[in-house]
Design a protein around this ligand. Structure first.
Ligand code: SF4
Ligand code: SF4
Length: 134
């Protein structure tokens, strides 16, 4: 993973290349859950995730979050091996309510060279299908 660009894992980075007419279907290889870096949490996601875990928001924040690297917002914490704290084997513990950063890769954001590290399969779609998926 050392050859990944420095800004991988950041939605909205300047290297994002989107392909009209193509939707990439995740194969749940979990590679994107193992990259070092922030898993950005937005404020509106916190109550949903805390509720899904059956926790008070304050407890969820204490146990599972930290400041982002740029100190402007929160991120999920990672394990010592850099996996996301929510990765449990091949499964995401919070899959139904996972952060938008997770659900948006690689169709809403990506980075140069992402296809070398992601197993998602390209599927051709029509413009109306694209609208439904976004
Ligand atoms: S790296 Fe790609 S295929 Fe693997 S879990 Fe992430 S989005 Fe899915
Ligand atoms: S929240 Fe879930 S999908 Fe997102 S990085 Fe963590 S384990 Fe992966």
């Amino acid at each position: 993973m050392n050859d990944l660009p420095e800004n991988h894992g950041r939605p909205g980075n300047s290297g994002t290349v989107l392909e009209p007419g193509i939707h990439y279907v995740c194969q749940r290889c979990t590679a994107c859950c193992k990259w070092p870096g922030d898993v950005r949490l937005e404020a509106e996601e916190i109550p949903m995730i805390a509720s899904f875990l059956g926790m008070a928001e304050a407890d969820f924040l204490d146990h599972f979050t930290r400041l982002r690297t740029n100190r402007q917002g929160l991120s999920l914490i990672e394990k010592a091996n850099h996996e996301c704290i929510m990765l449990d084997g091949k499964d995401c513990r919070i899959h139904p309510v996972k952060p938008a950063q997770c659900g948006g890769f690689p169709n809403q954001w990506n980075f140069p060279g992402w296809r070398q590290v992601c197993e998602a399969v390209p599927v051709a779609i029509t413009p109306s299908q694209k609208l439904k998926r976004s």
